[in-house]
Unconditional design. Structure first.
Length: 116
């Protein structure tokens, strides 16, 4: 799992398709521009992106305070990658100034995320 809040953290992402990293780069670029590059992602407005790439990574969402079976994203999209793996991009609005952006292989997504 990768939890990315700022542009400066993008270099920590390894083993993830470039198309997915590009989506995350767009997200954190906007968050840094609008909410500031020095914000605390857990205490301040904005949010962060989470890339779940392992089959067991869904359990990590509960550690972040997100119950997988209760999530209903505001927005979902499919990212097609050059390696043939489809990723889901789901936006979870926690309040009007804080969002969690979840990206994961479609094959690992919960039924609930796929249904919403």
């Amino acid at each position: 799992m990768f939890k990315i809040s700022h542009v400066r953290e993008l270099s920590s992402i390894t083993g993830i398709p470039a198309e997915v990293v590009g989506v995350v780069e767009g997200i954190v670029s906007i968050l840094d521009r609008v909410y500031g590059p020095e914000r605390d992602p857990l205490e301040d407005d904005g949010g962060y992106a989470v890339i779940l790439h392992g089959e067991d990574d869904l359990s990590v969402l509960a550690d972040l305070g997100l119950e997988v079976d209760e999530l209903c994203p505001e927005y979902t999209d499919i990212i097609k990658t050059s390696i043939g793996v489809e990723y889901i991009h789901a936006v979870i609005l926690c309040n009007n100034e804080f969002s969690v952006y979840i990206l994961m292989p479609k094959a690992n997504a919960s039924e609930n995320l796929l249904d919403c």
